[in-house]
Design a protein around this ligand. Structure first.
Ligand SMILES: Nc1ncnc2c1ncn2[C@@H]1O[C@H](COP(=O)(O)OP(=O)(O)OP(=O)(O)O)[C@@H](O)[C@H]1O
Ligand SMILES: [Mg+2]
Length: 301
């Protein structure tokens, strides 16, 4: 695993063919919950403009890793850096301010608030004015408010949500609510976006649509994306690099074609279903998760 110097986050792959700079670097990250080792000496990198997928069976440690990256959990050992920022010491707020946005495995929206209000929450770390104490501050806060709403409207437009800006989130279909959560993460204007199972529970057309949206935002906003997803067809389509976790350990890393043909990954997670996908199933309609993963998931539920 590369442990090269971590450069400050920057965007876009260089035109000269050199690899893009590393924006996120994990080296030897270990996290324990009592006797459970959720992450065991995990190392990986995310480069500017890259989509990196984190896959593995239920309980493999994927969300635990997201929690470490976004400072919701503190690893007991290892280093985790985003540019100059030490993520093992930073506060959640500092992580957001530095440009790491995330969505959650289980939707965490305010159902009684509108789409606009929910997504405005994502601007929080960019808001300077709070309670205006005098007229000058009040004017500044009004100006800021307008600017934030414009920034949110731009994100809503990108995600096809603009017409729903004044609609309460609680009444929206599940797939649309997932998009609202993505909008909220994007409203932060992140340079690294963490997506925890963005297409879980979506039907094939919603999945295809969201996959396209992830590509578009990566390209338009020069983002690095770290995505956890059980839908391997989606992962194979969108990821530049894949890291496979099993019982908290990295068991494989590489491009989709390397991972597809890795014996250990097939045994631990993929079974033979990807081999079948290659011949029988179009890329965006493959089974997700695979039979093996689904069986483990059911056992643990
Ligand atoms: N707050 C916690 N307290 C104790 N154990 C935990 C906690 N969170 C996670 N674990 C355990 O850590 C391990 C990794 O869990 P994690 O949620 O990271 O897995 P995951 O790969 O995200 O799984 P899934 O695909 O089901 O979302 C599991 O054994 C889980 O039971
Ligand atoms: Mg999880």
């Amino acid at each position: 695993m590369p442990t090269s110097t971590v450069a400050a986050p920057s965007t876009g792959a260089p035109a000269d063919g050199r690899p893009a700079e590393i924006v996120l670097a994990a080296v030897g990250v270990t996290l324990r919950y009592g006797s459970v080792t959720a992450l065991d000496d995990v190392s990986f990198t995310v480069r500017a403009g890259e989509v990196v997928a984190l896959v593995g069976p239920n309980g493999a440690g994927k969300t635990s890793l997201f929690n470490c990256v976004s400072a919701f959990s503190r690893p007991g050992a290892g280093t985790l850096t985003f540019g100059d920022l030490d993520l093992t010491r930073a506060t959640k707020h500092a992580v957001a301010r530095a440009g790491i946005g995330r969505t959650f495995q289980n939707l965490s929206l305010f159902p009684g608030s509108t789409v606009m209000e929910n997504v405005l929450v994502g601007r929080h770390s960019r808001m300077r004015a709070s309670l205006p104490a005098n007229l000058g501050l009040w004017r500044r806060s009004r100006r800021e408010d307008v600017a934030h709403r414009e920034a949110v409207a731009e994100v809503l437009d990108l995600l096809g949500l603009l017409d729903l800006r004044d609609t309460e989130v609680g009444g929206l279909p599940y797939g649309t609510r997932k998009r609202v959560e993505l909008a909220r993460a994007l409203a932060l204007e992140p340079t690294l976006l963490l997506l925890d199972e963005p297409v879980a529970g979506m039907n094939p057309s919603e999945t295809a649509e969201l996959t396209e949206i992830i590509r578009t935002v990566r390209d338009q906003r020069d983002l690095a994306v770290l995505v956890v997803e059980h839908d391997m067809a989606m992962v194979m389509e969108v990821a530049d690099q894949i890291t496979v976790l099993d019982f908290g350990q990295v068991i494989a890393q590489g491009t989709p074609s390397v991972i597809r043909n890795d014996e250990r990954v097939r045994e631990a997670y993929l079974g033979n279903s990807l081999a079948r996908d290659e011949t029988d199933t179009p890329p965006d309609t493959g089974p997700a998760p695979t039979a093996d993963a689904a069986a483990r998931r059911t056992e643990e539920a």
